[in-house]
Ligand binder design. Sequence first.
Ligand SMILES: [Zn+2]
Length: 179
Amino acid sequence: MSGIGHLAAGFAAKPVAPQAPLWVLLAASETNELLYFLFTAIGVEQKVVTTMDFNQGVRHLTSSSNPWSHGLFMSIVWSVLAAGIAFLVYRNRRTAGTIGLVVFSHWGLDFLMHSNLPLFFDGSPLVGIGLENSGPGFIFITLLDLGLIAGGITIYLATRKRKTTPVNTRSKNQFSITR
Ligand SMILES: [Zn+2]
């Protein structure tokens, strides 16, 4: 339930939250997806089975809605939780808030893409624009994904040049200067 466009939020967030390593921000942007893999592995959620063709877009062959990984309510919970953990690690409100927003951005993009995101848990209304559910919509969301990832990487690269010290020369005691 994911497009590459999600990662754009992680790349674009780097200049706003320079304290956080890029991999943390990229992982944050795919939190819902990582939870989906975890929850399907332990049996809390069912695997989503879909077919795709360019006439019809994506068709879901299963009726599962994945409320723990992709519900609106739990996505807010995961975002707040991520921001809380980030605050404990980085002791910086902007970094923590940015990571929370990056986590939530996944749901926002999925809302455009899918039409079966539960508001709360099983049995609650399913929401989403569902661009993936038609041929033209699927092409649009794919182009949007590519545009987003290109934009995110551009922002990341354009703001990266200021940092000249390689990460691996950091001293063990974490007194590196990150500004
Ligand atoms: Zn997703």
